[in-house]
Design a protein around this ligand. Sequence first.
Ligand code: SF4
Ligand code: SF4
Length: 260
Amino acid sequence: MTEEKLSIIEALKTICEDLFSKRVISRVLAFTEGEIKEIPVVSLITNPEGLKGLKWDESCNKPLAKLLLGLKPKTAIIARPYDARAVVMYINENQLKRDDVFIIGVGKDASDFPVFDAFAKDPSPLQSAREPSPSRGSLDFFLAEIDRCILCYACRQACWGCYCPSCFMERGIPDWTPAGVGREAKIAFHLGRTMHLAGRCVECGGCKTACPSGVNLKYLIDSLTQMCYEEYGHKAGMEEGARDPLSDYRCDDGQPGFLE
Ligand code: SF4
Ligand code: SF4
């Protein structure tokens, strides 16, 4: 680990120790060293002793904010910009209370965070898993990607926006989806997931990284994200109190398409 990253870890420990000692927080959601050096463990640290194994390097790239859902207050999260965006999205969707979470942002510039309570500067911040998607896929491209999908749902599990206790794909009543794991079921899943993420993607790229088959259908969600921004000026998790286009319908809304 570089000197730079070690000094960030020290800065994070100092912030957390101070928060524990002042009883501002009761736990910290963070990455710690695991048994295998390259694989960090997601940990809920409940006392200053637990901060010893704190880890912060390129391997710490799993979604953390989703784990805040259901945790007791007050939990601190060591957050990259898109973790903070996810927290804001959860607050706006009434899944979290702002007072129940303490956001320790780590990044190049505090202005990259929609919200934070403490900040540690990282001159060379960890890269997100975000990668450019193809601009628009043809039907042939789409079907070729669909055919590579094995319907394992890892993309859904990795996604901040997919937190329903039971996904529409697994609900029997009403049964929205074709049975089996054929093309129809896969198309239903991917188009359904895309629509459910309208204006709700925090652009972390986790879904693409999580896919064991290298499926590249994120361009669908990217198209919808772009369309929501152009039509409604909305981006997920950028503003406390903002409502996403899915829950803010008006009769005079435009009827744009997002696929060509
Ligand atoms: S890039 Fe968007 S759709 Fe993919 S996991 Fe992140 S939030 Fe979810
Ligand atoms: S992670 Fe990949 S293979 Fe699994 S459901 Fe998603 S797109 Fe399909």
